[in-house]
Write a protein that binds this ligand. Sequence first.
Ligand code: SF4
Length: 141
Amino acid sequence: MISAPKKPLPIRAHHGMCLAFFEGKGYSDGFTAHMGDVLHTLKEDTPIQVCREKDIICKACPNLQNGICASESIVNFYDDRVLELCELHPGQHMTWGTFSGLTADRILRPGLRSSICGRCQWDDICRRKNAMLFPESHSGF
Ligand code: SF4
């Protein structure tokens, strides 16, 4: 378990999308358990810092090598697109509720997710859940 954070939790921008559709699958058992804990910890009023580098989720990822994601260039692209569409800048502080709301309103509901990360290995899950949770989006396609 992750105890209630005193400092803002760093959340990589594109992880706003990953967390919206997480359903217990991930890069390793440890990673998946940790991501579930993070999701459980995040409440509407949890302070976060939106970032464009390793975050609380990356911390347990087997793809994190010497503090850098093995897919850094592609995930930086994801982060940049999310920041742009949500009109945020790296390092910005807000609550999890505000950030997840922006991600939903600016990306998931309008059906823009697949234009950002449509080639990700988890795309099938996110496409299905985007259509289920935001049926108005006709998205993920
Ligand atoms: S290290 Fe890379 S693959 Fe792993 S959670 Fe972070 S951004 Fe995703």
